[in-house]
Design a protein. Structure first.
Length: 134
């Protein structure tokens, strides 16, 4: 399986420089899957992300998006949004996706432990990125 990493930060070593809040530099219907983890909350226009994901996916392609919900604000460079299941579903549906499944992961114990340990662990900020599997 091959993949392409897109990021607007050249220091993160992406395969393709791209601002995911704008049009993506890929042809229509060329990818089987788009994967984004903890990235769209950093985009000023998450609706554009879903429209572009829809555009670059081949027929029967899939998009997998993971986002934080109850999580402290974190940079890289900005942190704009928290999404409910309904919001993610609506963003996907508005972009053209018809078969959506939104599954919450974690829960109160997970969030409590993460919230307590986060200041101690001081993890480095994750760069805004997108992985597109071919």
């Amino acid at each position: 399986m091959a993949y392409v990493v897109a990021n607007k930060d050249p220091n993160s070593g992406p395969d393709v420089l791209a601002d995911l809040s704008r049009g993506w530099p890929f042809k229509d219907e060329v990818f089987d899957m788009v994967v984004s983890t903890w990235a769209i909350e950093h985009l000023i226009s998450p609706d554009q992300f879903f429209r572009e994901a829809w555009r670059v996916l081949a027929e029967c392609g899939s998009v997998l998006v993971a986002v934080p919900f109850l999580h402290r604000i974190h940079g890289s460079p900005q942190d704009y949004w928290r999404f409910t299941e309904v919001a993610l579903d609506q963003l996907a549906q508005a972009a053209g996706f018809r078969h959506t499944v939104v599954t919450p992961v974690g829960g109160t114990p997970f969030l409590a432990v993460t919230g307590l340990l986060w200041p101690l662990l001081r993890p480095r900020a994750v760069a805004i990125g997108l992985t597109i599997l071919i």
